[in-house]
Structure formats: structure tokens, C-alpha cells
Design a protein around this ligand. Structure first.
Ligand code: 3UK
Length: 543
């Protein structure tokens, strides 16, 4: 280990014991990292050295663009505020709270430059969740959009660890803008070790106390040399856009790190509902899109009408789907609407970003893809032994990134025998493609049959009456569990007994009849997290 640059060793002191770490593999030549590495140097400062300082980098919804040089200067000023005004020392945790925006990107790089540890938080979080995060990560500093100040003020009052908070988008001399303007636009970036922690990413887990995953400067760069060049293959002329918050590593990678790793530009939208995204793509001329499966489904019609794709007179050429399983029906819908084959990819907060995927040429409906260069994946049984082709088991992954929970006994569940166990049930087909079944704890067992909810959902989504749906197992005296579908109907469709029967018959006619939903409930909407994931546990508990 190279000497750490951290003065505050909180994170390093709470790394999992060596025996509890996954095996890390660095086989690709591009994964040979130097001992000293700061990801802000690699992603931002080197673009300037390369002569790309005047290229557009981060773009606000109104079209205002900062060049790489401007983002660098702003990040330097904020790094000076963190160190000179707020007393940050390397290793301190800095909470970031804002909707996606150029200023949030500048804050993120400022934390990297100052050798701090960024703790991203989803804008929707309330004081209760924020105080859990502040406590768990012992957050000492925060940079927060004034529009989201209230909940943080409440959380801060209950959290002695949090010493220094500055707000941006705040007029007056105390606002971050005014303080930053008084600072020099140069900063001596801290010469961090490649294995200094730079990011604490909280999992969007639905149960139990929050888990914080720790990632190094090296991990950030590893994510940038695996999926982007080998699967996505975007170029410096691309313009990225999408919905996931930068606090979610799907968004951090897809909307900030990956575009910058190739010298491209990125539109950071504060609001990115499906209609906002469609508008944003058209208005800015975006070429690469990152969003979740439900968002593709909701956008398909408008995307076709507005002719967003490059082949239709628009600009969009690459579309990445992650966060949840991509139903084959949604892949087909998007292709029919705009002629673009989706790039599906499974990623996890624990592994930082995507590790199984397939590019447009290699995509297979219903399958996520194959292990991407840099990663290995297999399907194993409870003894961690590989199962035969076509057999459902637990997904196990290893690569240059992997799970390191901060001070958490659950490390030993996620990492076993050197493998990261993501909690997903998968099978691998004869060509090595990984086919998602369900979360391991969501598999429905009804009258002795194993039924994967997402397979039934995919069938229901093909019915013209269905806008959205979720399929879970509910307790049943005779069968142990029965299959239950929650269905959001398309506008104008009546959810009566005849409709229930129609949908049940449709499923029976498409897949093995034992999989049909014996119970169907109509809803106006489905419970989802801010990252677009269905909250099945809320449906199970009647919520
Ligand atoms: C599920 C998928 C099937 C799967 C994420 C891309 O989602 C991300 O991270 P989270 O920690 O959740 C991880 C879990 O989400 N999942 C994600 N993508 C897919 N299931 N097909 C997919 N394509 O259960 C996984 O274990 O919130 C995704 C990049 C970075 C991320 N953090």
C-alpha cells in the first residue's frame, strides 16, 4: 500500500478485514494504476493538459455550459473554500446535497481535489435519513443547495459530527458562490494514494440500517476503463443526458465520470421525469442516454413522435438501461419506437458500476449480457459451486472493483469466498449470456413451482391494456404463495373483473399456465425509489 494522504483516517480504519474483502483482479493493461492517483487529476486536470480546456464539459438545463477549464477553475475555488474557510483535512467526509447540476459536479471534484471523501445524498432524502448518513459516515462538512437546506438543517441540529455547512444558489456574502469568488482559481490537488477512499456511496437498499460502500480513487478510474470503452464506446463529440442522481453511482458514472473520461459533454438536468428527458434530449441534441427501464417505457411514444433518434432526423444514438431488469417487452418497444437497440447493464453500488452488459450488436432480448472486460461472473449454488448451464443460482462477480462496506457485519453476506454476491438469481445460457430471474429473496414459490416475478411482468407488459406492473408472491394457505400482479392500466381501460380475466388468460396463453397471477389488483401507480426501483416490499406489506 502506498502511503495514504489521509490525515483523518476514519474511512481507512473502517475498511473490512482483509479476509472479508472480495478478490480484486486487474488483468487488463488499462487497469495497471500508479500507486499515487487522484481521479480529479485523471478526469479533469489532464483534459486541460491535453489542450481540451475550451471544450464544453457540463451543461445546465438552460443551456449554459462550462468548459473543462471553467469546471476546473470552479472546482479549484470550492476546494479552496473547503480547505481555507471550512478547515477540511484529507480524509474528512463531505456530504453533497443537490439535484444534478454543474455546480454539484464542481463540488464533487472540489472534494476529490482536496483529498476529501464525497458522500452523495439523493435530493428526496429527509432529515431522518440524512442524520443516519451523517452519523454512519461521521460527516464533518456539507455543501448543499439552498433549495434543499431545510431537511439538512434539521438533520444537522441532531448531529454533532457535522461542523461546517455551506449553501449554494444562495445570494449574499455567506453563499458558496460569494465565498468561492474570493478564492484563487488554482489549487494544489492532494496527491492521494490510488487506494485512498474518495467516495462513500450509500446503498439504495430497502431494509435495515443504511450500508455505506467505500470506493477508492483507483475504483473510479477502473469503472471508467471497463464499461465505457468496451461496451458504450462514446466519443469526445457525444453529449450525455439522463435521469439518475449523481448521488447514485449509476448517475455519477453515466452522467459525469464516463463523459469526462472521453472528453465529452454532459447535460445535468435537475428534473428528469420521462417528459423532461424527452424535452431535454430534443432541446440539447443529446446523443447518449442513461436511464431506467420504466423511463424508457414511459418515453417510447413521445420519443417516436418527436423523432429523437439519429436515424429519424434527431441526435440520439446510444441508450443505456440499468437499475432494474429490462423486460424484453421494453427493449422491443424502444427499438420499434426509435430504432435503437438498448444497452442493458447490471451494476451495483457495491461494485460501483456495470459489470455485465452487451453492446447493441450483441444484445439479446431477455438477457442482461456477458461479463464485461475486466470482470468475471458466474452462477453458483449455496456452497458457491458453479451450477450447470441453464440452472438458476446466485450471481457471483469479481473484478477491479468490489464490495467494502464501512464497518458493517453484512460484508460477510455480500462477499463470500472472494466473490461479490449481488443478491440476484440468474442463469447462464449456453453462449455465456446471463439471464436475470429475480432478486434471490423475491423468488415466488407456489405449490412447489419456482416462479420469477419479472418473467410474468414481461408478459403482462406486452398486453395493450397494461402501462406498468409488478408481480410478487403473497402468502396462501394451500399453495404456500400465489402469484399476485399489481397493474397500472393505460388511460381509458376499465379495471373490472373482465379485465382481470383477460390478463390472466393472456399470461396462461404465453407462458406455463402455473405462472399466471391468481390475484390481480389495479393501482394508479407503483411504489418506486428515487432511483427507479420497484419497492416490492411495500407491495408485500400492503403499502
Ligand atoms: C438490480 C439490475 C437486472 C440488481 C446500479 C448500474 O442499480 C444499481 O445499483 P444498486 O446498488 O442496485 C443493484 C441491484 O439492482 N439491477 C441493476 N441493474 C440491473 N437487475 N438487470 C439490470 N440491468 O438487483 C442489482 O443487484 O441500486 C446500476 C450502475 C450502477 C449502479 N449502482
Amino acid at each position: 500500500m502506498a502511503a495514504s494522504a489521509h490525515v483523518d483516517t476514519f474511512a481507512r480504519d473502517r475498511l473490512p478485514a482483509p479476509a472479508d474483502l472480495p478478490e480484486f483482479i486487474f488483468e487488463l493493461p488499462e487497469l495497471q494504476f500508479p500507486q499515487r492517483l487522484n481521479c480529479a487529476t485523471a478526469l479533469l486536470e489532464q483534459r486541460l493538459d491535453q489542450g481540451w480546456g475550451e471544450r464544453r464539459c457540463v451543461i445546465a438545463p438552460d443551456g449554459t455550459a462550462w468548459t473543462y477549464a471553467e469546471l476546473n477553475a470552479q472546482a479549484n475555488r470550492i476546494a479552496n473554500v473547503l480547505v481555507n474557510d471550512m478547515g477540511l483535512v484529507p480524509g474528512n467526509r463531505v456530504l453533497l446535497r443537490a439535484a444534478n447540476s454543474p455546480q454539484l459536479a464542481a463540488c464533487w471534484f472540489a472534494v476529490m481535489k482536496a483529498g476529501g471523501i464525497a458522500v452523495g445524498t439523493m435530493p428526496m432524502l429527509r432529515a431522518k435519513e440524512l442524520s443516519q448518513i451523517i452519523h454512519k459516515a461521521q460527516v464533518s462538512h456539507a455543501l448543499c443547495d439552498a433549495a434543499l437546506a431545510d431537511e439538512l438543517v434539521q438533520a444537522g441540529a441532531a448531529s454533532p459530527a457535522l461542523r461546517e455547512v455551506r449553501h449554494f444558489n444562495l445570494a449574499g456574502e455567506h453563499g458558496l458562490e460569494a465565498r468561492a469568488a474570493r478564492q484563487p482559481d488554482s489549487f494544489a490537488t492532494v496527491d492521494t494514494a490510488a487506494d485512498d477512499v474518495c467516495l462513500l456511496a450509500f446503498t439504495s437498499g430497502t431494509t435495515g440500517s443504511p450500508k455505506a460502500t467505500m470506493h477508492f480513487h483507483r475504483d473510479v478510474m477502473a469503472a471508467c476503463v471497463c464499461f465505457p470503452p468496451h461496451v458504450l464506446r462514446a466519443t469526445a463529440d457525444d453529449l450525455f443526458i439522463g435521469s439518475p442522481p449523481l448521488a447514485f453511482t449509476f448517475g455519477l458514472g453515466g452522467l459525469l465520470l464516463f463523459p469526462m473520461s472521453v472528453g465529452a459533454a454532459t447535460v445535468l438536468l435537475a428534473k428528469a421525469s420521462p417528459p423532461d428527458l424527452v424535452d431535454g434530449i430534443a432541446r440539447h441534441g443529446a446523443t447518449v442516454l442513461f436511464t431506467a427501464p420504466t423511463s424508457y417505457r414511459a418515453m417510447a411514444e413521445a420519443a417516436r413522435d418527436r423523432r429523437l433518434a439519429v436515424g429519424q432526423g434527431g441526435t440520439l444514438r446510444k441508450c443505456v438501461s440499468a437499475g432494474e431488469a429490462l423486460p424484453a417487452a421494453t427493449r422491443a418497444l424502444w427499438r420499434e419506437a426509435i430504432g435503437i437497440e438498448l444497452i442493458d447493464g447490471i451494476g451495483a453500488t457495491e461494485l460501483l458500476h456495470i459489470f455485465i452488459s452487451a453492446d447493441e450488436q450483441h444484445a439479446r432480448p431477455g438477457a442482461t449480457g456477458r461479463a464485461i472486460p475486466g470482470y468475471r461472473a458466474c452462477v453458483v449454488d449455496d456452497q458457491l459451486q458453479p451450477v450447470p448451464t441453464g440452472t438458476i443460482g446466485r450471481l457471483a462477480v469479481k473484478g477491479p472493483t468490489g464490495c467494502r462496506y464501512l464497518d458493517d457485519a453484512r460484508q460477510q453476506q455480500y462477499v463470500q469466498g472472494g466473490w461479490n454476491l449481488t443478491g440476484d438469481a440468474y442463469l447462464q445460457d449456453a453462449d455465456g449470456y446471463f439471464v436475470y430471474q429475480s432478486r434471490t429473496d423475491d423468488m415466488i414459490v407456489s405449490a412447489g413451482y419456482n416462479i420469477a416475478g419479472p418473467e410474468v411482468e414481461d408478459v403482462l407488459l406486452r398486453h395493450p391494456a397494461v402501462a406498468e406492473c409488478a408481480v410478487i408472491g403473497v402468502p396462501d394457505a394451500q399453495r404456500g404463495q400465489i402469484v399476485k400482479a399489481f397493474v397500472v392500466l393505460r388511460p381509458g381501460v376499465v379495471g373490472d373483473a373482465a379485465c382481470v380475466k383477460t390478463l390472466q388468460d393472456f399470461v396462461k396463453a404465453t407462458v406455463a399456465p402455473y405462472k399466471y397471477p391468481r390475484a390481480v389488483e389495479f393501482r394508479n401507480s407503483l411504489p418506486r425509489t428515487e432511483t427507479g426501483k420497484l419497492q416490492r416490499f411495500r407491495l408485500r406489506s400492503g403499502g
